[in-house]
Design a protein around this ligand. Structure first.
Ligand SMILES: NC(=O)c1ccc[n+]([C@@H]2O[C@H](COP(=O)([O-])OP(=O)(O)OC[C@H]3O[C@@H](n4cnc5c(N)ncnc54)[C@H](OP(=O)(O)O)[C@@H]3O)[C@@H](O)[C@H]2O)c1
Length: 320
């Protein structure tokens, strides 16, 4: 442990992909961590990331403000990492990403706790995408209730348990071809999960500018096609990359949405119509990883460590 801070942080959505990395980083720095999740029994895997008694899980659903308030009691800081990629039943974008963000901000305001809010590049009140609109509504509610809050907006996040490279690598293992929605020209700036967690730690420990929205991207900007090519090279497989125009993708998504855990939704197709990179304004103003003193990690430094399991048996090196 680097130092004992002995402050209590509640992390809503702390059992997710980014959550586990943030829990590990904060535990190392001596924070006491309350992970607020819908099913605490599923968050027990986090306990070994800290010393005995340092990390514990409590029940909270951001759609139920009383549960959010209860989980915030006595905390010095709150972090909101809740979010969804598609709607299912009562898990609506509005309920989780807008009203849920407001509930966490209300709890922070009531407690006088510091607030770090996880949003996303692309958050936009005017977007046709409900994901992007509700991320923007969540940000607005946060800043209205806690003007000193720090908002982090990552581009697509990569790391061992990510939902992006792992999903397409798994698909490439069985499918002869991979789709390039809109031709695969959308640009991304993939950011390492450890760097996003480090940025949040920096924000929690008063080394970021209060009331600021940081845009977090990695060192490289790549198109969706380039990311697929990189992933395929990493797992040593050749696959056809098939361009699918946005209009066709929307129709396919309509049918894919009929199954649980859909591979693609119409809302995601809308999101893919815009680049997902750090804005020139954020760069200029230093509202970035380097602005927080964090040097972004390259894809090549991390991808081999977790995509290896998708390689063909007997293949040990990266394919050329
Ligand atoms: N991963 C990326 O590439 C990426 C990029 C940009 C922004 N972000 C944002 O970063 C944050 C973390 O992302 P992630 O990749 O770690 O997502 P994740 O793995 O899907 O984790 C999301 C967390 O939110 C929780 N959650 C969902 N609905 C909830 C509710 N009603 N009440 C309480 N908790 C709820 C989930 O817990 P359950 O098990 O209860 O569902 C889970 O712990 C999200 O806000 C996401 O939008 C992620």
């Amino acid at each position: 442990m680097e130092q004992m801070i002995d402050r209590l942080v509640t992390i809503y959505g702390g059992s997710g992909f980014l959550g586990r990395h943030l829990v590990r980083a904060l535990a190392k720095r001596g924070w006491r961590i309350r992970v607020a999740v819908r099913r605490p029994e599923l968050a027990n895997f986090l306990q070994p990331l800290g010393v005995v008694g340092q990390i514990h899980a409590v029940q909270a659903n951001v759609r139920f403000p009383e549960s959010v308030m209860r989980a915030a009691e006595g905390a010095d800081a709150l972090v909101n990492l809740t979010g969804i990629l598609f709607q299912a039943g009562r898990q609506t974008f509005e309920g989780v990403q807008a009203a849920g963000a407001r509930a966490v901000a209300e709890a922070a305001a009531k407690q006088g706790a510091k607030l770090v809010h996880g949003s996303a590049i692309g958050a936009d009140a005017k977007s046709q995408s409900a994901y992007a609109r509700t991320k923007a509504a969540g940000e607005a509610a946060v800043l209205a209730l806690v003007p000193q809050a720090i908002i982090t907006r990552p581009s697509i996040i990569f790391g061992p348990e990510d939902g992006f490279f792992n999903r397409f690598a798994a698909m490439a293992r069985v499918a002869p071809a991979l789709p390039l929605i809109g031709g695969g020209a959308t640009r991304f700036q993939p950011v390492f999960v450890g760097d996003v967690a480090a940025a949040m730690v920096t924000a929690l420990e008063d080394k970021a500018k209060p009331g600021t929205t940081y845009e977090l991207g990695g060192p490289e900007v790549k198109t969706f096609r380039e990311l697929m090519e990189l992933m395929l090279a990493e797992i040593g497989r050749r696959r056809l990359l098939v361009p699918i125009p946005f209009a066709i993708a929307r129709i396919q998504a309509f049918f894919l949405e009929l199954v649980p855990n859909p591979l693609l939704t119409r809302d995601q197709v809308i999101l893919l119509e815009r680049d997902n990179v750090v804005s020139a304004e954020a760069e200029r103003e230093g509202r970035t990883l380097p602005g927080l003193g964090i040097s972004p990690t390259a894809l090549a430094a991390v991808l081999p460590s977790y995509l290896g399991r998708f390689r063909k048996a007997g293949q040990f090196t990266r394919a050329s």
